[in-house]
Design a protein. Sequence first.
Length: 259
Amino acid sequence: MKTLLRLICPVLLAVSAHADDAANGLAAKLGAMQQDGASVVRLKMEVQGAGKSTLQLQIKQRRSGAGTEVVYQVLWPKERAGEAVLLRKMGGGAATGTVFTPPTTVRSLDGSQMKDALLGSDLSYADVVENFFLWKQQAIVGTELVNRVSCDVLESKPGKGEHSNYGSVRTWVDRRRDVPLRVEKYSASGKLVRRIETTRVVSNDKKQAVPANLTVSGAGQGSVTEMNGASVKHGVSFGDREFSPAGFMEVGAVRAGGD
């Protein structure tokens, strides 16, 4: 028996190490794809619940290994034009945010508010800036079909010193294209908090396959958010002022003027 165990244990350790390498490699690749530099996105966001609301948004992003800065700014409807949300997450620190309401109202977001809704949608503020593929704990926990596409199920968990409102995240990854087709986010107690489904995949301006249309639902919220990415442009140049309340006010004044 001892001889048999001596033979089996190294094999099991080798299989486990291979699985860990596969999970870490997949997570690293997906994490790097999110750190795609400076870009600007046009997005239509439709929230369907007790009522229905539609926003046309411009999103400015600076994403790198050093951190993430994102500005969501409302272009339409006219009565909300100029509203903006700035979100930052630098290194392993906690996310921070600022909300701007024209003409001059600026409100800071603290860490406890990062789980709140982004512009009334089923996404939270933290969802916008949190790159869970970079968390220390990554594991492939199964293989399943999503819309007849074979996917590896990657489970991500925050490690010590990594700030998150979630206890774990599971991602169903189309390995042929390395595109997430489904994401489920869970609380520390294991309760499903949010589900994100990819409904359309396109090739972006970098010739990469990426999600273009998403459906977001929050457990028990009774609403669904449809997100349609109309266009994306990478390699743009931003000034720091564009990621500040002063920059929001300038854009908000132009929008209020009807440009």
